[in-house]
Design a protein. Structure first.
Length: 152
């Protein structure tokens, strides 16, 4: 979006903390629900059988704070990369769909005033006889190239 690459190490750290954090929050909620935890009680310590579930609620709260805190890793990575990240190439992920044929960052009208002509599907990976491991949608298909060269 800004023409800069984010720090991959920080991105992976953010992903794993968020992924594990979401499970650490919601899986115990399912278990406490099966144990009879009521959803809309503001103070569950007054009922004896709900009071036994307090350690689960504490664990969920701690997991939620850690998961929320991990979102600051993403924000730091975003703003740091905007200012000091390395410049992104036009297609850093080697994707085959049309949005990756534009410049990075994209111009106002996306395709620079030229409507792209589509020759291939959006998921052309590992094409036999292709010059790379992927073929962009706007590149002539391998079969069309073979026909032009006289191969069939």
């Amino acid at each position: 979006m800004f023409g800069k690459m984010m720090n991959e190490t920080l991105a992976k750290l953010h992903f794993w903390l968020t992924f594990v954090g979401a499970y650490a929050i919601f899986m115990p909620m399912h278990y406490s629900g099966m144990a009879g935890q009521l959803r809309r009680y503001s103070q569950g310590t007054e009922v004896a059988w709900i009071k036994a579930l307090t350690p689960i609620q504490v664990f969920i709260s701690i997991a939620a704070f850690i998961t929320i805190g991990s979102q600051f890793i993403f924000l730091f990575n975003l703003f740091w990369s905007m200012a000091k990240g390395k410049k992104a190439s036009d297609n850093p992920w080697e994707a085959t769909t049309l949005e990756w044929i534009t410049a990075t960052p994209p111009p106002h009208d996306n395709f620079g005033g030229q409507t792209p002509v589509v020759h291939n599907g959006p998921y052309e990976y590992s094409v036999p006889g292709g010059p790379r491991d992927f073929v962009m949608q706007t590149e002539p298909s391998v079969e069309d190239q073979d026909k032009k060269k006289g191969k069939h």
